[in-house]
Design a protein around this ligand. Structure first.
Ligand code: CU
Length: 253
């Protein structure tokens, strides 16, 4: 065996290892991208507002952007687990990342590009989803959290009060959210809105429901023993049915 072939063999082995990890990375990236497209946005049921649609597309885009990064970590971890396993005390350390110029440079560049992209996307989506507050003729609903129920009242409809939320289809709603005791969090799951309910403070959030049906309202802030039971329903109905419901409960439209 010549001197060159003895020197060349660890180099070739290193190249093979890098190639195997690259294939593993590619495979895992494809799997994670498919998962990102199909799973995260569907976990909370069909969207019932433009806000929720924006939230879901953000979840999908962020998951896709994270896929190659997560896949790289998993690929190296899985490969190390099976191929670089050392029985007993390891005799030598691997080559350090710090001294590897191309790796650190590409790591810094890719991370920066990803962060800037996610920041711009996040800010743009945040701006687009907070705009319904300025819409004309919004329906105002006061939301009060207390251990462990939600109460809704309609100040412009004769202070009708209910433990179920009723909303007319396609009309912007502004929620004035508060609490009687501890901190709760008002979360209308399929409408994509969630805001803290603080005692002595009114927080506002808004949404335009654009789908008929019954949706989930939960408390999203641990608030005591029966926090998990602090849930109710949001009923999105036709405007005529909403007016009828208000009248039935002693209010006026
Ligand atoms: Cu709670």
């Amino acid at each position: 065996m010549s001197a060159e072939s003895i020197v060349a063999s660890p180099k070739r082995r290193r190249r093979d290892e890098v190639r195997h990890i690259a294939w593993l990375w590619l495979g895992l990236t494809i799997l994670l991208v498919l998962f990102s497209i199909w799973v995260p946005a569907r976990l909370m049921g069909p969207p019932a507002s433009p806000t929720m649609r924006a939230v879901e597309s953000t979840m999908t885009v962020f998951s896709i952007a994270a896929s190659p990064v997560a896949a790289l970590v998993w690929a190296i971890a899985i490969y190390s687990l099976f191929r670089w396993k050392s029985r007993g005390e390891p005799t030598e350390d691997g080559p350090p990342f710090r001294g590897n110029g191309p790796v650190t440079a590409s790591w810094a560049i890719v991370s920066s590009v990803l962060c800037v992209f996610l920041l711009i996307w996040g800010l743009a989506e945040m701006t687009s989803t907070t705009s319904p507050a300025e819409a004309s003729n919004p329906l105002v609903v006061n939301v009060t959290g207390q251990q462990w129920v939600w109460t809704f009242s309609y100040p412009d409809q004769g202070d009708v009060e209910s433990d179920q939320l009723y909303l007319p289809l396609n009309r912007p709603v502004v929620f004035h959210v508060s609490s009687r005791d501890v901190i709760h969090s008002f979360w209308v799951v399929q409408m994509g809105i969630k805001v803290d309910a603080n005692p002595g403070v009114t927080t506002k959030t808004s949404v335009t429901p654009d789908k008929l049906g019954v949706f989930d309202i939960r408390c999203a802030e641990l608030c005591g023993l029966r926090h998990a039971d602090m849930e109710t329903s949001a009923h999105v109905v036709n405007p005529a049915d909403f007016a009828a419901w208000i009248t039935q409960n002693g209010g006026h439209t």
